[in-house]
Ligand binder design. Structure first.
Ligand SMILES: [Zn+2]
Length: 66
């Protein structure tokens, strides 16, 4: 089946028997992301988690100053 990445509009061909193709057919609401976008989101999410915990840490430090 043909799928289109929701982020970069790149079209790919999925093996009809692959689990991802079955998932997309059964749940049309499930969006497809190409491998490079998937990696990018993953890296971004990990970076956000890292910076999030850093902000939480400095926030705690500021609280100590009061
Ligand atoms: Zn993409």
């Amino acid at each position: 089946m043909r799928v289109k990445c929701v982020l970069c509009d790149k079209e790919s061909q999925l093996d009809d028997d692959s689990s991802l193709a079955k998932k997309l057919r059964n749940r049309p609401i499930h969006t497809y992301m190409c491998q490079s976008c998937h990696e990018r989101i993953k890296t971004k999410t990990e970076a956000r988690i890292a910076s999030g915990s850093f902000q939480l840490y400095s926030y705690d430090t500021q609280d100590d100053d009061f």
